[in-house]
Design a protein around this ligand. Structure first.
Ligand code: AMP
Ligand code: ZN
Length: 115
């Protein structure tokens, strides 16, 4: 996707603070952190926009994203204290970037709200 900001980040066309990458996934710090640690983990390829696109053929990527989240949490030292993982899909969730991503939040007590 030529005009996708996250595709540009993967290609190095837009700077980011990269945390991790593997064959399938790319992880970087959110520019507007909502917790002490706030990492975005995305598929390297723009194969999904949101949850509605997940199907039997591409659902493996969700597991890859969660596996990357586990590795990143360990790297950042927040795995033991706890993490919150969020995906925003669509209007009501205020999804702002149409390249599937999970938010990994942690590094502090995030309370009981949402969720
Ligand atoms: P969402 O609202 O779930 O679509 O989340 C998109 C996230 O991307 C937001 O938390 C933004 O702060 C983050 N974001 C947007 N542009 C950038 C960027 N250039 N580098 C890092 N994070 C970004
Ligand atoms: Zn993209």
């Amino acid at each position: 996707m030529d005009d996708c900001i996250f595709c540009k980040i993967v290609k190095g066309q837009i700077p980011c603070t990269k945390v991790y990458e593997d064959e399938y996934t790319f992880a970087f710090k959110d520019i507007n952190p909502q917790a002490k640690q706030h990492i975005l983990i995305i598929p390297k390829e723009h194969i999904l926009t949101g949850l509605n696109d997940v199907n039997d053929d591409n659902s493996y990527i969700i597991g890859k994203l969660f596996y990357a989240a586990k590795i990143v949490s360990e790297m950042l030292g927040i795995d033991k204290s706890g993490v919150r993982i969020i995906n925003n899909t669509g209007k009501d969730a205020h999804q702002s970037v149409q390249h599937f991503h999970i938010h990994v939040l942690g590094g502090e007590d995030m309370g009981e709200g949402l969720v």
